[in-house]
Design a protein around this ligand. Sequence first.
Ligand code: LHQ
Length: 256
Amino acid sequence: VLLAAQHDGWVELTLNRPERLNAFTEELHRALASALDAAADDACRAVLITGAGRGFCAGQDLGDRAKAEGPLDLGATIEAFYNPLVRRIRALRKPVVCAVNGVAAGAGANIAFACDIVLAARSAKFIQAFAKIGLVPDSGGTFFLPRLVGDARARALMLLAEPVSAERAEQWGLIWKAVDDTALLGEARALTANLASQPTQGLALTKQALNASAGNALDAQLDLERDLQREAGRTPDYREGVAAFMEKRPARFSGR
Ligand code: LHQ
């Protein structure tokens, strides 16, 4: 259900249930959780998440749901699988790139938005599908969307469940970039490999600052930047970055 390909300093995780547009089952959640835990190792300096086949991820596997008898506690499913996934991605101390190769619906879309840099194939679409089945956007959607595109667009997207094309998503600032379908994976891999060669601690601290930004007032954020900069200033990669600049040579970052 999940392919994990180890590259030099980074890992590529491919959601692999293409016949169901990579919809989430418990098995897929468990595999993704353990792959992300493994990616916390210092040897891994960046992560790429993508999907197999024509879709990225259609959210929760609704077939799983339809089979169940009696009322389901969806809150328990979210607590057990979706919220931990979002937290894992945000807390991971290295960049997580998402290559959205096709439709991203429901939790599938919001998991993509939890990643640090999102590229999408021009043919991909993002759908807040929840409204169509009587549910509430989850996996951080009601947190990420208003911050990414503003309240007016977030509300309409969520109440109408209208698809957004990759190109419009880029125009709106919902994602980093729309890319030609055939170029997507190559570009996403090059981007992730490049990130894996960068000062990983500095990027982790940057990610930490950005994660905190949404909940902080300016004074608290300035204090946080001070503290994180103090930490960054003690890293070998900072020393290497400055030395390389002074010596007019490319830096060779160790990730420490
Ligand atoms: C699927 C699915 C799917 C199973 C396509 N499940 N089979 C959290 C916690 C607890 C509970 C509930 O939810 C959540 C979070 C959520 O994510 S809720 C939202 C769940 N997702 C959706 O509502 C999206 C459902 N899918 C769709 O609306 C469409 O499939 C989209 C718009 C994604 C793609 O449309 P098409 O390109 O026309 O493809 P398709 O509909 O023909 O799908 C292809 C196959 O994949 C098809 O199976 P089949 O046997 O007919 O070939 C679909 O049944 C299957 N599939 N999504 N979520």
